[in-house]
Design a protein around this ligand. Structure first.
Ligand SMILES: *Cc1c(COP(=O)(O)O)cnc(C)c1O
Length: 430
């Protein structure tokens, strides 16, 4: 498509957009009395209007039924989590029995590593990406430290990072594959972010998963920036486990519960360790308070505690929107919207001689989702402050990268055009 950096053109794309009506499902903060252009849905998604109704329903049931709400609430609490399995399975390409919701992301990754990181003196290494999200780095370091003491291996060579090549922004798939081969038998686990939070690079999860399995390692994915953003086929790819937070692209609310995936091939594996709790126990017998743990079949057998219903309620509201829209339409709009933003950036770059933009996110649509990370050469944090003051909410990372997430559920083409104009004014007038 031949794009134009004109308001009328952007408005025309909005009129042709089947998903445009979903914008009205969300609440936008206002700056100077105007709804903001929101580019940080990869950090915290906007509040769906229908979330409040779901929360109110729980508050009312709690008020009116108290403990009886477990069984007699509008949506009973004792199996509230099961409502997520079908819609979530469609988002991540899994079977409903392979997914669940509980805790928060880093906690779930720790718990899944109880099952999928059981190092020995010979097989103890973990491959991850260089400059992974800090929580993932701390997670892996602490897991390695925890096991090294009892198993007896060297913590110093246990974590193998895949590096970017000199002068390159993204990690090359061939470097990941050759590193997996090189570590070979000693590799216990590959754990990488499916979409890199900083650059927006999407990894070829299928190929990497296969390569990890070939050397006998487990392969898990942190899907914080992938779930609800890119196409996932966790079951088909044979991924062993995965987890994601729900408050980024999935709009569930601040710090809300995490989703997780355990492949069906592991559901009957009695040798896998897991940390258990009563909500993972046989559903029909849970309240009989028996001493012997008998896990629910499937991913819900990894559940531990009573469910945080008040958190889950807004998540359920937002996931309903995903079921209505479906990932294929969302991805189609995402590609067009991201391409339009990229075009607008190139146009504004030409019109601002004192600044040079460098988009570090891959150009190829297969290798990116709803995010462009842009180096603003010649600009500093004042530009970011200008954008924020003028109703463009973005994310700034040192040294001078802004991350822009044109989220297809609620961002419009006109937003992209308008952003370009504000950016240009900010650069030329500062
Ligand atoms: C956002 C994010 C997290 C956050 O983890 P929480 O446990 O939910 O705080 C972890 N890892 C990655 C890759 C992320 O993008």
């Amino acid at each position: 498509m031949n794009f134009k950096n004109e308001r009328e053109f952007a408005q025309k794309l909005d009129r042709q957009d089947n998903l445009a009506k979903y914008r009205d499902e969300f609440i936008f903060p206002k700056v100077n009395g105007k709804e903001v252009i929101y580019f940080v849905g990869n950090s915290l998604g906007l509040q769906p209007k229908r979330a409040r109704k779901y929360v109110d329903e729980v508050m009312d049931d709690w008020a009116n039924l108290a403990v009886e709400g477990h069984f007699y609430a509008e949506k009973p609490w004792w199996d509230y989590h099961e409502r997520f399995c079908q819609p979530l399975s469609e988002i991540v390409g899994a079977k409903p029995t392979e997914v669940g919701v509980m805790n928060t992301l880093t906690v779930n990754l720790h718990l899944l590593m109880v099952s999928f990181y059981q190092p020995t003196q010979k097989k103890y290494k973990i491959i991850c990406e260089e400059k992974a999200f800090p929580s993932d780095q701390y997670l892996i370091q602490s897991q390695v430290g925890f096991h090294a003491k009892t198993v007896g291996f060297d913590v110093n060579d246990a974590i193998v990072e895949i590096n970017r090549r000199e002068g390159e922004a993204n990690i090359r798939i061939e470097d990941i594959l050759s590193k997996i081969d090189e570590v070979g038998d000693e590799l216990a686990l590959v754990l990488i972010g499916g979409v890199n939070y900083y650059t927006g690079q999407v990894f070829d999860m299928k190929t990497i998963t296969e390569a990890g399995h070939k050397v006998g390692a487990y392969v898990g994915w942190d899907l914080a920036h992938a779930a609800g953003n890119v196409e996932l086929k966790l079951n088909e790819w044979g991924v062993d486990f995965a987890a994601w937070c729900s408050y980024k692209y999935m709009n569930s609310g601040p710090g809300n519960v995490s989703g997780y995936f355990v492949h069906e091939k592991h559901h009957n594996d009695k040798d896998l360790s897991r940390f258990a709790g009563w909500y993972g126990h046989n559903k029909e017998r849970r309240f009989l308070m028996e001493p012997q743990f008998d896990p629910v079949h499937g991913a819900n057998g990894w559940q531990i505690s009573n469910l945080p219903i008040l958190s889950m309620a807004p998540y359920l509201a937002s996931i309903e929107l995903f079921s209505e829209v479906g990932m294929p339409s969302l991805i189609a709009k995402r590609n067009l919207l991201t391409a339009y933003l990229e075009f607008v950036l190139h146009e504004i770059d030409k019109e601002t001689p004192n600044t040079q933009f460098e988009i570090i996110t891959p150009e190829n649509q297969e290798e990116r989702g709803a995010q462009l990370s842009v180096y603003l050469h010649g600009q500093g944090k004042e530009l970011f402050n200008y954008l924020m003051k003028n109703g463009v909410i973005t994310d700034w990372r040192e040294p001078n990268v802004i991350r822009l997430a044109p989220v297809p559920l609620y961002c419009s083409f006109e937003d992209m055009y308008e952003f370009g104009q504000i950016l240009k004014t900010g650069i030329l007038n500062n």
